[in-house]
Design a protein. Structure first.
Length: 401
């Protein structure tokens, strides 16, 4: 009779189990004393303290600084296809209970560690799913996860966007393309609070659209009536079109990407709005803000939603200078009584640091400014209380007196 292979074990160094006891889902390489057995990338391993106390089961990643990502904090948990079906079902139930589908047919269905599925992102755009497998563990169970997603959602297609740079840190190649269903469904028509948007799941940033900003777009819409609006890093026009729909007097939208601007114009055409009062302009945002400053232009509402300036902690200093630069320029362009909605999606930039950066920009701009509101992601992007790293999007609404 063939004996069952013994499960490999990650044994931690003495005293390095504290974060796991607080249920943080990452095991860093520096915390590992030894590996018992010969686990392969993505294999499920037991995690134990130096004294042998069981802490749970994790996905093993030999090439990453995050050597293990916890599937469960119970050593007896069986990680198989049924495990992933159950976790996915739980994530879908949460979104249903939040009622997000009453306002949109585009939402995040799985938000990685905060949904108990480290390294897995799944977004839904109408009847198309976009999945990102960003860890060795999700890569190992990719087929089972895809099968469960199709079964649970009934969507007509699944497009994989495992082309994020983080996969290289896991020793995994980048990959993108249809993996299930209709291979022609790359452009999806979605609705969000009554506005129509076209999403390019194959070539768009992230999974095609910034779903985390949904609630913030609605808030900007409510603040835009009668204002001259400047939307910087507008991408495919989410904030700009929301402002126009909210009754903005004029909207100027800037982005350096020609393809993104082209889709923004398509999105504008898909809505019954007055196109004569909005201008989409392909431009280097930093340079164009300086041009506007030099011309003495003023705006009543400015949105700054730049790309991720600090992907890792190593880029924080450089990113901080970039954030201060654009916010300084924006505050100089902001008319008295105006509002600046400024965001950072860099996880390495903490909320406290971001506020300090904006405070420094206001000081240099000689602007009497104050925070009147704080922004975060919409409810389909939950943040685990044991996983603060999931709280990456932060924003401030700043009033200039």
């Amino acid at each position: 009779m063939k004996t069952k292979a013994k499960q490999s074990v990650l044994v931690l160094k003495t005293g390095r189990e504290k974060s796991l006891k607080r249920r943080h889902p990452w095991v860093f390489s520096g915390a590992v004393e030894k590996v018992i057995g010969e686990p392969q990338s993505g294999d499920t391993v037991l995690v134990r303290t130096a004294e042998g106390t069981p802490l749970g089961v994790a996905a093993y990643s030999p090439d990453s600084q995050i050597r293990g990502r916890m599937w469960a904090f119970d050593e007896t948990t069986k990680v198989d296809a049924a495990f992933f079906t159950a976790r996915l079902k739980s994530a879908l139930v949460l979104r249903t209970r939040l009622g997000i589908g009453r306002h949109t047919n585009a939402m995040r269905l799985v938000h990685g560690e905060s949904d108990g599925l480290p390294g897995l992102i799944v977004d839904r755009y109408a009847d198309v799913l976009v999945a990102q497998f960003l860890s060795a563990g999700t890569e190992r169970w990719r087929e089972a996860i895809l099968d469960a997603l199709v079964e649970l959602t009934g969507c007509e297609a699944v497009f994989e966007r495992s082309d994020a740079e983080v996969r290289t840190l896991e020793g995994l190649p980048e990959r993108a393309g249809f993996v299930r269903g209709n291979v022609n469904a790359t452009r999806c028509a979605v609705l969000e609070h009554g506005l129509a948007f076209r999403v390019d799941v194959a070539a768009g940033q992230k999974t095609g659209f910034f779903l985390d900003q949904r609630a913030n777009r609605l808030r900007i819409k409510a603040l835009s009536a009668g204002r001259d609006v400047l939307d910087c890093f507008c991408y495919t026009g989410g904030f700009a079109i929301s402002s126009l729909a909210g009754g903005a007097r004029e909207v100027t939208a800037l982005d350096s990407s020609g393809p993104a601007i082209a889709i923004a114009r398509e999105n504008l055409a898909a809505n019954s709005l007055d196109a004569s009062t909005i201008e989409f302009k392909e431009a280097d945002v930093f340079l164009h803000l300086r041009e506007l400053r030099n011309r003495g232009e003023k705006f009543d509402l400015i949105v700054l939603d730049p790309p991720k300036f600090a992907p890792t902690a190593a880029q924080v200093e450089k990113a901080s200078r970039a954030y201060k630069d654009i916010n300084l320029l924006a505050l100089k362009l902001l008319a008295p009584g105006g509002l600046l909605a400024t965001f950072s999606c860099s996880g390495a930039i903490s909320p406290d640091l971001f506020q300090k950066i904006i405070a420094g920009a206001a000081l240099d701009a000689e602007a009497d400014a104050r925070i009147v509101e704080r922004f975060g992601p919409d409810a389909d992007h939950p943040v685990g209380l044991d996983f603060p790293e999931g709280d990456y999007l932060k924003g401030l609404l700043v009033y200039r007196a």
